[in-house]
Design a protein around this ligand. Structure first.
Ligand code: ZN
Length: 305
């Protein structure tokens, strides 16, 4: 009998969820924990890789590098941003980076790094001890001095890290307990872990149910609720220091497309919604984030001992 991956409860409600992003229509059984509201797939499909065969999913488009002049300017800008926090100097990912306030020498890993674009941007901005890991890479490779990518999983990472990053990778892993346990083992003393993930029990889940775009059956294997994540992190020796809601208009327009029976792959949201509607969705997302109701979060964790 399955238990909740997050709070270990036996009280689980089964429901059906359809593959909607590619529009394949295949049905999967998911379970909602009746104690902590976390969500999980009942059994992991053996042919899961079939559901990743889409250009729209993983951005394995080739890495975009920039000129040495541009990289020099990126370094100046990052220095000013970390020093002042001024949004005028902020890169697009600055809102979650600033909270980490990393040192340039920190050993940083991006788990589920794709082509390594984010790591490249950090490297171009002056960070010099960067690793990426992703099971879907063609091969392991050194992109730049101080920036290497490893083909593999979390367990293949050598050594310990000051900062570990998981940008929408956590929900693709079948065993969240093992994931957090392994992260904890690979963090240096006082090391930090940032997990960005969809959030179960959020308003979009309540409003759209199995049409919630971030349920994403069968690719999302386990989606924590706030309560479930707090418990699991604590049990694994990780201190949850801060929660930042960063949901977007996507939670509305993506879910509404699913309600209308439209697949996401190859669909342009501007063909289905007016710019005014999209602006309203964005406003509503910001409001949800302020109220702690958004459908995705940044969890900032620190090794507890
Ligand atoms: Zn639970």
């Amino acid at each position: 009998m399955n238990r909740c991956h997050f709070c270990n409860s036996k009280s689980l409600r089964d429901f059906q969820a359809e593959e909607k992003m590619l529009g394949l229509g295949e049905q999967f059984t998911y379970q909602e924990c009746q104690d902590c509201q976390s969500l999980q797939i009942k059994s992991v499909p053996t042919n899961l890789s079939v559901f990743y065969k889409s250009d729209t999913y993983y951005s394995f488009s080739s890495l975009v590098t920039s000129s040495s002049l541009k990289n020099f300017l990126k370094k100046v800008r990052m220095r000013l941003f970390l020093k002042t926090g001024a949004s005028v100097f902020s890169p697009s990912y600055g809102y979650w980076l600033r909270e980490l306030n990393p040192a340039y020498s920190d050993r940083i890993v991006d788990i589920g790094c794709g082509s390594g674009q984010l790591l490249y941007e950090l490297w171009a901005s002056g960070f010099g001890n960067l690793t990426g890991v992703d099971p879907f890479l063609d091969s392991s490779k050194d992109l730049e001095p101080g920036l290497s990518l490893i083909k593999g999983g979390l367990e293949d990472l050598p050594g310990e890290f000051d900062i570990m990053l998981m940008h929408h990778a956590f929900e693709h892993m079948a065993e969240p307990k093992k994931t957090l346990e392994t992260c904890r083992q690979k963090l240096k003393k006082d090391g930090r872990l940032l997990i960005r993930t969809p959030l179960a029990g959020s308003s979009a889940w309540e409003e759209f149910g199995d049409n919630w775009v971030q349920l994403d059956a069968p690719r999302h294997l386990s989606i924590p609720s706030l309560e479930g994540f707090k418990k699991l992190a604590n049990d694994q020796g990780l201190k949850l220091e801060k929660i930042l809601f960063d949901s977007t208009a996507f939670q509305f327009w993506g879910s509404i497309l699913y309600q209308r029976g439209i697949k996401l792959a190859g669909t342009d949201c501007e063909a289905h919604f007016s710019s005014n509607e999209l602006r309203e969705f964005q406003k509503k997302a910001l409001q949800y984030n302020q109220e702690g109701k958004g459908d995705q979060v940044c969890f900032y964790l620190r090794r507890a001992d």
